[in-house]
Design a protein around this ligand. Structure first.
Ligand SMILES: C[C@H](O)[C@H](O)[C@H]1CNC2=NC(N)=NC(=O)C2=N1
Length: 95
């Protein structure tokens, strides 16, 4: 998978509501009702990550979930990160 340029990253971010690029990662924070809902969403995302063989850096504090994506195999952002971000948006949108 090819590393995307900053221009490509910025173009792809236009299609992703609330995601931004900083420190070599694309990221978004979500707030849910409570820990149970947050962890349920994380579980759903985790299965999708296994399907895509692409895994997040994430941090959960009670009902807050911050997700940061990069492709550590290439040390940058690839299309895999955007594909997973789109899937995460779909999962969160369907909760
Ligand atoms: C060996 C294994 O397939 C790779 O290390 C995969 C697993 N999941 C991954 N996830 C992420 N975010 N980046 C990777 O480069 C990556 N590589």
């Amino acid at each position: 998978m090819e590393k995307l340029s900053l221009e490509q990253i910025e173009a792809s971010l236009k299609h992703l509501n609330g995601w931004s690029y900083a420190n070599g990662m694309i990221s978004k924070s979500y707030t849910f009702q409570d820990f149970t809902e947050t962890f349920a969403v994380m579980t759903h995302i985790a299965f999708e990550c296994e399907k895509q063989n692409h895994h997040p850096n994430w941090e959960n504090v009670y009902n807050n979930l911050t997700i940061r994506l990069n492709t550590h195999d290439v040390g940058g952002i690839t299309q895999n990160d955007f594909d997973l971000a789109q899937s995460i948006e779909r999962i969160v949108g369907n909760k």
